[in-house]
Structure formats: structure tokens, C-alpha cells
Design a protein around this ligand. Structure first.
Ligand SMILES: Nc1nc2c(c(=O)[nH]1)N[C@H]1C(S)=C(S)[C@@H](COP(=O)(O)O)O[C@H]1N2
Ligand SMILES: [Mo]
Length: 257
């Protein structure tokens, strides 16, 4: 291939001879590349690639974490303050002793995981800021099981695209639910939190487990998670937009911050 440069050189020279000196600045090495349209399409594709790459890198970035001194003395609550299903209320009465988290859908091994098992798994602790679209923020320390560990144990199907979180509360008439894509599902800060500020997660904050998906807004942080379902199609759930507020309030499905 050492001749390429010579060939290009000769072509450019030939062009130079017929089109004038300006043709010499073309660095094309084949007929296609000599077309302006092709070259500008290539440039666009390159830019798009860079944008895609940059946004993927951005999706992988960590949310800021804070020192313990920044933990908010009062953490506001919003939405449901308890699960509402009869099953959930029975679990509260029983201190979640025989509560289990269902993991199913597009997985090889559907599982029911007890709170004790969840708490015995490797966990992550993070002090992060929760941002609600209604205009308030609060910082808390969350401890929980990385979602990716559960998905790996359950044998997530290669065809799955989204993870749906089914909650134990209805807010108004509709059951609360949320969903995320696999980038967020495998993000290191995406945990099923069972601890808050060093204590067991209180009921008003979503006991026994809530989702923390730290790169997104408050309404994605599903409380009272009872079931995690892997799927390739969000349109089949409830209003079809992938979450309670997405369906009811026309909120964005991807609520990145
Ligand atoms: N199951 C469930 N999860 C939910 C909600 C809810 O009503 N039900 N509200 C959401 C909204 S809008 C916010 S801001 C946060 C509030 O969490 P907090 O009560 O712990 O502050 O939970 C989110 N997750
Ligand atoms: Mo919110």
C-alpha cells in the first residue's frame, strides 16, 4: 500500500492540471471521496458519532456525591406516603418479614428476593441530591443493592431493553410505576435503596425498597418497589409512556439531570 500516496499524488496532480491549483487541496483517495456531497455527509456522520459518543460518556458519568455534613436535616416527602395495596399494608404490619421482591419478565431465572437477602448482598452507600420537578431538592445518604447485581443474578435476556418498577401504591386511580433503560440500570449509582441516613428506609420514603437512579429527576425514584420486570416494550404498561407521571402528567420519560 506504500504506493497509495504516489497514486493520490498523481491523481491530484492530474486534477491540478485540468481543474487548476485549487483541486490540489482535495485529499480524496477515491472517486466517492472526491464528491463534495459525500465528504460533507461523512463530516456529518463523524459529528453525529462524536455526539453519540459524548452523550454515552455523559450517561455513564456519576452524579455528584456529597459529604455527610451536607445531608439535609429535613427531607421533604412527595407523592404517596405509603403503599396502598392490601398486600403492602399487611407487610407493614409484619415489618416486611416475609416481603419479597419479584424479579421477572425477560430474565432466565425469575426470582423472589427477601429483604434479608437483599441486605446481605454487596451494597453501595451514596450521599446524593434528589431534585423534584416541583422545585425542591434535598440531600440524603442512601444504602442499597446495585440493580445490576440483581439483573445479573436473574440472567437478564440479551433482548431486554428496559427495566420496569412496579410499586405498591396507587396515586389517584393509577398504580405508580416507572422504567429506565439498561444504561441507567447498569449505572454504578443505580441501587435499590433499603437504607436512608443510616437507618432502615422509613415507610414514607418508600420502604422496604425504593429505586435511586441518581442521574434523573425525583419522579423516577420509585418508592414501594414490589416487582422489577425486564421488557423490550414499554407501550404495554398502563398508559404506555413508561411511568406514572409520563402517562398522567406528560412528563419526559428520560428525566436526566
Ligand atoms: N411509588 C411512588 N414513588 C414515587 C412517588 C409516588 O408518589 N409513588 N413520587 C415521586 C416523586 S414526584 C418524588 S419527588 C419522589 C419523592 O420522594 P420522597 O417522598 O422520598 O421525597 O418520589 C417519587 N417516587
Ligand atoms: Mo417529584
Amino acid at each position: 500500500m506504500k504506493n497509495d500516496r504516489d497514486i493520490i499524488g498523481r491523481r491530484a496532480l492530474l486534477r491540478g492540471a485540468t481543474l487548476g491549483g485549487s483541486a490540489l487541496i482535495l485529499s480524496g483517495c477515491d472517486a466517492l471521496n472526491e464528491s463534495d456531497m459525500f465528504r460533507s455527509a461523512l463530516r456529518t456522520a463523524e459529528t453525529l458519532n462524536q455526539v453519540a459518543h459524548r452523550s454515552l460518556m455523559d450517561r455513564a458519568a456519576l452524579a455528584p456525591e456529597f459529604p455527610a455534613s451536607d445531608i439535609s436535616p429535613v427531607f421533604k416527602t412527595n407523592g404517596s406516603l405509603t403503599g396502598t395495596s392490601a398486600e403492602y399494608l399487611a407487610h407493614v404490619g409484619n415489618k416486611f418479614a416475609d416481603w419479597t421482591l419479584r424479579i421477572d419478565g425477560m430474565v432466565a431465572n425469575p426470582m423472589d428476593v427477601s429483604l434479608e437477602t437483599l441486605r446481605a448482598m454487596p451494597s453501595r452507600t451514596q450521599i446524593t441530591r434528589h431534585d423534584c420537578v416541583e422545585g425542591w431538592s434535598a440531600i440524603a445518604k442512601w444504602q442499597g443493592t446495585p440493580l445490576r447485581l440483581l439483573l445479573q443474578q436473574a440472567g437478564l435476556s440479551a433482548r431486554a431493553k428496559y427495566i420496569v418498577f412496579h410499586c405498591a401504591d396507587s396515586y389517584g386511580a393509577q398504580p405508580y410505576y416507572e422504567s429506565i433503560d439498561l444504561i441507567d440500570a447498569f449505572h454504578p449509582q443505580t441501587i435499590l435503596a433499603w437504607g436512608m441516613n443510616g437507618d432502615m428506609l422509613p415507610v414514607k420514603y418508600g420502604a422496604p425498597v425504593r429505586l435511586r437512579v441518581e442521574r434523573q429527576l425525583g419522579y423516577k425514584q420509585a418508592k414501594y418497589v414490589m416487582r422489577i420486570e425486564a421488557t423490550d416494550d414499554l407501550t404495554k404498561f398502563h398508559g404506555g409512556k413508561g411511568g406514572y407521571w409520563e402517562d398522567v402528567g406528560d412528563y419526559e420519560w428520560y428525566a436526566g439531570i
